[in-house]
Design a protein around this ligand. Structure first.
Ligand code: ZN
Length: 424
């Protein structure tokens, strides 16, 4: 064995006041994790976890801190800066610039304690190139599951990312093309959105087109997720057996909100995931509110826009609370750095889910094993389990009591290696 003697006898032992496994089990007090060749070999209380006799062990004691799995963000847009730049503008940037933006975001996200993500749509080949670069050690970032480009109608939401496809045959070809390029799942745009040439209140694809997208994806063993900014889109996607409904806004074609128990029953029947993306709305409200304030008193149009957004968010929070109560599976996916939602602030979405009705431990789990399960990464991410890659987050305090402890990142480990974050 000429190639491994440098690591085979080396172990890392992490210890801390508590360990939370990311799937809701009671905390292990006075805990330890033994890492060997990038994997978690033993997990338990400090008195139980020992390296083999004669091993070379690096011990890192974190004191009054919590050891957790790295967080999992089920929804990112790595080509976006998260500074309020409209997506229509981002879509006109060159692939070269967008790749650099994505490299920057991937690092920021990893450093914030998120070690796995699902990327929900970028331009052309950019995220495939990013993943290739990370695999080659040219950049750093979380593990990622990719859709490449969102599949959208001509002129539909996010058309500028290069995934336009019309008609059943057009959609089928686009899905096959994406899988050929390396897509792990298929993102479908089922209604309009913030894109200027689209209308969020109207469905884009027909059920027949959506059905082809899901059939074709499922044939290749790939999951599907669909952007649904209004109720008819949700209904169409349920007809087409989409696996995850993103945004899940219950507004009709006139923009009137009405909670839809019929659609909620169908979500439950289908065992579909919902990714409500709440903080991206809140971030937009906060920025607009600052602008209204700095503009002074004579701003009735802006004030009305702000009030409308606040009502929209209130409705979405209420709908989420009811869906949670009904037992719909909710996943934590930030949608950042889209719009005004800065990268590296996934915790804000976890806090919003708690605000909508999840208990603190439930919200914590939703950003770990829950998110991982929802994106098909449940067998590699979101849980501290022996034998798995050591993707670990260490934070000060106890996030199962106070989610804000997740902001206090002490260290992040990726495949057993401490991530150099350039901070103490
Ligand atoms: Zn999105």
């Amino acid at each position: 064995m000429a190639s491994t003697p440098s690591t085979e006898n080396r172990y890392t032992l992490l210890t801390a006041s508590r360990l939370l496994d990311g799937q809701g089990n009671p905390a292990i007090e006075d805990a330890a994790v033994l890492i060997h060749e990038g994997r978690m070999e033993l997990i338990g209380s400090r008195s139980e976890v020992r390296a083999p006799d004669g091993a070379e062990v690096t011990v890192v004691d974190y004191g009054d801190a919590s050891i957790l799995p790295g967080m999992v963000d089920a929804h990112t847009h790595l080509v976006s800066p998260g500074d309020g730049t409209p997506s229509d503008v981002i879509g006109q940037e060159s692939d070269d610039i967008l790749l650099m933006q994505a490299i920057k975001n991937a690092r920021t996200i990893l450093h914030s304690g998120v070690t796995s993500i699902r990327e929900n749509g970028a331009k052309n080949h950019v995220t495939f190139s990013l993943r290739e670069g990370i695999d080659r050690g040219l950049a750093v970032g979380p593990k990622m599951t990719l859709c490449g480009r969102p599949v959208t109608i001509t002129g539909g939401h996010m058309w500028y990312f290069g995934g336009e496809a019309d008609g059943t045959e057009g959609v089928r070809k686009q899905v096959r093309q994406l899988i050929k390029e390396g897509a792990d799942y298929i993102k479908i745009v089922a209604t309009g959105g913030s894109t200027i040439t689209s209308n969020p209140l109207l469905p884009s694809y027909s059920v027949a087109e959506l059905r082809v997208a899901t059939d074709e994806a499922h044939r290749f063993g790939k999951l599907t997720a669909a952007h649904c900014a209004s109720a008819q889109g949700v209904q169409n996607c349920l007809d087409a057996e989409v696996d995850m409904i993103v945004h899940c806004v219950f507004e009709d074609s006139e923009g009137r909100y009405e909670y839809r128990p019929d659609l909620v029953d169908r979500l439950l029947e289908a065992d579909a995931w919902v990714n409500p993306t709440l903080y991206v709305v809140q971030a937009g409200i906060e920025r607009l509110s600052e602008r209204v304030e700095s503009a002074g008193e004579d701003t009735p149009v802006m004030q009305e826009a702000l009030d409308q957004r606040r009502r929209g968010l209130d409705n979405r929070m209420e709908a989420c609370g009811k869906m949670m109560e009904a037992g719909v599976k909710m996943t934590a996916g930030s949608d950042s750095p889209w719009g005004d939602y800065a990268p590296g602030e996934f915790v804000n979405e976890v806090l919003m889910l708690a605000g909508a009705g999840l208990s603190t431990p439930e919200a914590l789990t939703s950003g770990m094993s829950g998110a991982a399960d929802s994106i098909g990464m449940g067998n590699i991410s979101g849980r501290l389990v022996t034998g798995r890659s050591a993707d670990i987050l260490v934070v000060g305090g106890n996030p199962s009591r106070d989610l804000k402890a997740l902001w206090d990142v002490i260290d992040v480990y990726q495949d057993g290696v401490r991530v150099e974050r350039g901070v103490i």
